[in-house]
Ligand binder design. Structure first.
Ligand code: PYC
Length: 331
């Protein structure tokens, strides 16, 4: 049996976005958080088939547009090599751009959208020029610091002190210290190798659980923070996800977590802007929009702004006669 998925492929700030415009399964659930669990239980083969090799690769990421459960313009379910994320910033920027440019999303009010994602509801504003969407700004779900000062002694590298912050996913944030002197001194291969070890070490001793939505839990991503490289930037980062991926974009949920972290440690305040560079030098503009409470915990409402480009359309088949119909991942 052959399943067809009609995709618009592209990238946000260099990181891939595969918008699956046709072929989404019908999901059960009264919220996107419930629909995410239903998808994982019954349709995870679609994610692995579309994201893993041979149809995808280590960084592959994207999602489906769904009708909203409540009073929103649209809903998104994210797929990625590491699972179905509660929220994905670069993915949202890409899917909203491709959805608007191709008539898949019709805003009730031009320039604004309310979108349901598994992590909550996000507000979007966007700028257009003719038929093109030039930028998308996401007022994200509340972000907060979940834990300060986790100590790990990384074999072959040395001791690190790490904070964990939430920006739609939980991030272990590694700032320059000890043997970590900056992203360029490490290089991509070493960042990936160390990130896998550090994430496993943190998972053994600590599991964050979202105070309001308990299906969101666990450290999934690592954010290596660094000083900026280009003019006008305020910081640079490399976000590790899945098993071998470094986000090519500055990472929307990572930037959100980093903003909460910088506010919690007194280095940013409400109203501040933070231009974040990625490993490859692409940029998002982050802003600290407001303070927030997350189940009684102090946090912020972050926003992230960036742009995306479609690279083509792609009809992908998952054919049950293909020995690799559900994809594979080489570890
Ligand atoms: O932009 O939020 C993001 C993201 C998460 C994982 C990769 N990108």
């Amino acid at each position: 049996m052959r399943h067809s998925f009609f995709c618009i492929d592209g990238h946000t700030a260099g990181n891939p976005v595969r918008l699956v415009a046709g072929g989404a399964p019908l999901l059960r659930g009264a919220s996107m958080a419930q629909r995410r669990l239903d998808f994982l239980a019954r349709f995870d083969w679609i994610r692995t088939g579309l994201c893993f090799e041979p149809r995808g690769h280590d960084m592959m990421s994207g999602g489906f547009l769904y009708p909203p459960c409540g009073d929103a313009d649209a809903a998104i379910l994210f797929i990625e090599t590491s699972g179905c994320l509660p929220m994905c910033g670069h993915g949202t920027i890409g899917m909203i751009t491709f959805g608007l440019e191709n008539g898949l999303i019709t805003p009730r009010e031009p320039g604004r959208l309310v979108v349901e994602v598994p992590a909550g509801t996000i507000d979007i504003t966007y700028q257009t020029e003719g038929d093109r969407v030039r930028s998308v700004r996401i007022r994200n779900v509340p972000a907060y610091v979940a834990e300060h000062g986790i100590k790990v002694d990384v074999p072959g590298f040395g001791p690190l002190t790490i904070d964990v912050a939430y920006g739609g996913n939980y991030y272990a944030i590694v700032e320059p210290q000890g043997a970590y002197t900056g992203l360029d001194d490490l290089g991509a291969a070493r960042i990936i190798e160390l990130s896998r070890t550090i994430r496993a070490m943190i998972r053994e001793i600590y599991e964050p659980v979202h105070p309001v939505e308990s299906s969101i839990r666990g450290v999934t991503h690592l954010l290596w923070a660094d000083k900026p490289r280009g003019d006008g930037a305020d910081g640079r980062n490399a976000v590790f996800y899945g098993e071998r991926a470094i986000d090519r974009s500055p990472c929307g949920t990572g930037t959100s977590a980093r903003l909460a972290h910088l506010v919690a440690t007194g280095r940013l305040a409400v109203g501040d802007r933070f231009v974040h560079e990625s490993y490859i030098g692409s940029r998002f503009t982050g802003r600290v929009e407001a303070t927030a409470k997350i189940g009684g915990i102090d946090g912020i409402i972050p926003s992230i702004e960036g742009s995306a480009i479609a690279t083509g359309i792609n009809t992908i088949w998952i054919d049950r006669e293909d020995p690799f119909w559900a994809g594979f991942s080489v570890t």
